[in-house]
Write a protein that binds this ligand. Structure first.
Ligand code: PNS
Length: 169
């Protein structure tokens, strides 16, 4: 056993970051010394925000938090984890519906690199139905989601979809 700094990668599309993601990051910080929020490409999704916009929004949301780093990477998650000397990959688990995809991804990551462990954390009940996709869908049609995302993300969403929200009508 060494007293080496424990680093975890929290990977995802973060298109955009939600309060559910923040909840997971805060829980991860109870276990790890440093959490690297890494924006990676998910080939099955088309992004609304550019990588740069997503990095910027996350940085603004964690302004001054020294234990949270933000980065973007274009390749395999396990290669990135190795490059950063991370021992764990954090993923949030909301409901049973998340399980199958997460299970498959964790086993593939383990096959690709046995040294990195996948760690699943449960979101707080408040965020159990929150996802970036449902937020984008709601805001696109004028739904008020301002209490589901951090302020820098809310502002950026309002820029992208500048119509009135339902609560203002
Ligand atoms: O937030 P998401 O979209 O559920 O995150 C999925 C993500 C980006 C973590 C996943 O697609 C990923 O790890 N992409 C990088 C490529 C990779 O390593 N894929 C997993 C093994 S095939």
């Amino acid at each position: 056993m060494t007293d080496k700094k424990k680093i975890a990668i929290y990977p995802g599309s973060f298109d955009p970051l939600t309060n559910g993601h923040i909840d997971i990051i805060e829980r991860a910080l109870d276990i790890f010394d440093q959490v690297i929020v890494a924006i990676l490409h998910n080939p099955s999704k088309t992004a609304l925000f550019t990588m740069e916009e997503r990095v910027e929004m996350i940085k603004q949301s964690f302004n001054g938090e020294k234990c949270v780093m933000v980065d973007a990477f274009g390749g395999l998650l396990v290669d990135y984890a190795k490059m950063k000397n991370a021992t764990a990959i954090i993923r949030g688990m909301r409901a049973i519906s998340d399980f199958e995809n997460e299970f498959q991804m964790a086993l593939m990551n383990r096959k690709l690199n046995k040294e990195v462990q996948s760690v699943f954390l449960m979101t707080g009940l408040r965020w159990i139905f929150t996802s970036s996709s449902i937020i984008k869908e709601a805001v696109q049609f004028g739904g008020d989601i301002s209490d589901m995302v951090p302020e820098p993300v809310n502002l950026k969403l309002m820029e992208k979809f500048p119509q009135k929200t339902k609560s203002e009508e």
